[in-house]
Design a protein around this ligand. Structure first.
Ligand SMILES: C[S@@+](CC[C@H](N)C(=O)[O-])C[C@H]1O[C@@H](n2cnc3c(N)ncnc32)[C@H](O)[C@@H]1O
Length: 182
């Protein structure tokens, strides 16, 4: 794993979290909850969506009552998005969603619920990733960026992990930050 590249991803998210006070953040598929905690540590308000589908990492009870985190155990398909967000995190969740749902339902909804000039941060595993038994839904960033949005950052990185049920494995992660055009 390239530590330098990995820290770039965290650096980018940290930088956006520090740009303005009192942000509203949507964290879709919060998993190990670390981005939600990071956002909450800036005193931003986080809507953290995690259906706990991976039994090995459960959203801890103490965070369910965190003053800056509104936790929901619904899937993003079930969750009713009522707020507008400064930053939407949709990190490594797309692989669990169908391409049709992601591109034609969820993404337009996320774009509509983003405050002017703020960001959507997306990432997904690459086609070469062996951790999914069925083929991963793939789409190009060209399908994500339309004329009202611009690319702020794109990078690819290899991340090694060691956890059940896969134990040691590697993900090739494509990371994309987009911003609403003025
Ligand atoms: C690979 S983890 C990524 C977690 C985190 N966003 C990150 O980048 O570290 C994917 C997470 O998405 C969650 N997930 C799967 N399907 C989902 C859905 N339909 N709606 C919301 N979250 C979902 C899983 O429970 C899991 O915690």
């Amino acid at each position: 794993m390239s530590e330098e590249k990995k820290s770039n991803r965290i650096d980018i998210i940290n930088k956006l979290f520090s740009q303005k006070e009192n942000q509203r953040i949507l964290d879709i598929g919060a998993w190990k909850w670390y981005y939600s905690i990071l956002a909450a540590s800036y005193h931003h308000t986080v809507d953290s969506i995690e259906p706990n589908q991976m039994k090995i990492f459960q959203f801890p009870n103490f965070l369910k009552h965190h003053p800056h985190i509104n936790y929901s155990d619904q899937t993003i398909q079930e969750y009713k998005i009522n707020n507008n967000y400064d930053i939407i995190l949709c990190l490594n969740v797309m692989m669990f969603l169908s391409k049709d749902y992601f591109l034609n339902t969820l993404l337009p909804k996320l774009k509509k619920h983003t405050n002017p000039w703020w960001y959507i941060i997306l990432s997904r595993f690459g086609s070469e990733d062996k951790s999914f038994k069925k083929p991963i839904t793939l789409f190009d960033k060209k399908e994500i960026i339309d004329s009202k949005w611009k690319e702020i950052n794109y990078n690819e990185e290899t991340v090694s992990q060691d956890h059940p049920p896969l134990w040691p494995h590697t993900h090739n992660i494509k990371f994309l930050v987009i911003k609403k055009e003025k």
